[in-house]
Design a protein around this ligand. Sequence first.
Ligand SMILES: Cc1cc2nc3c(=O)[nH]c(=O)nc-3n(C[C@H](O)[C@H](O)[C@H](O)COP(=O)(O)O)c2cc1C
Length: 168
Amino acid sequence: MKEIFNRRSIRSYENRPVEKEKIEKLLRAAMQAPSAANQQPWEFIVVENKDTLKKLSTMSPYSKAAEGSAVTFVLLANTENFIVETAWQQDMAAAAENLLLEATYLGLGAVWFGVATADTCVTYVKETFKLPENIKPFALISVGYPENQENQFVDRYSESKVHYEGFK
Ligand SMILES: Cc1cc2nc3c(=O)[nH]c(=O)nc-3n(C[C@H](O)[C@H](O)[C@H](O)COP(=O)(O)O)c2cc1C
């Protein structure tokens, strides 16, 4: 699957929208992810509004690229759907990676901005969207047509990280 190898974090986008059909395909890919006990804890806010994109871009010093994106997905987990509570971040990460790979497949560029990685970002997203207590922010994924950057292969295979039959 070439998308796994070619996917890169793309932080610069053309000034044009992503088609509704593609947005739906990205969401479908995310929701197709595996999850513990099939709990599917995810919820998604789809943001195309320029003011809201700008607001998200100031979530952290590392989320600036959200401002120029055509669409940013806010990945959230709903605690009411938890069956295996300890697995929610793993479920969400699987959904996030699916979305990134589908974006690559569709000729789009995307980047993952960590939210659950920092309490300040969690609070920022909660306040921005006035989220109820049961909704936990996980990540932002900004998407658009790539500009000045492309999805291209970088070889990260490292034989030294592979251990056969035991750790040595
Ligand atoms: C949990 C997580 C959090 C990340 N947070 C950010 C971020 O806040 N800002 C950003 O520009 N990239 C972020 N990234 C993207 C990484 O910087 C990127 O995946 C990494 O540098 C490898 O580059 P590549 O995606 O082009 O392969 C994040 C990725 C992950 C998995």
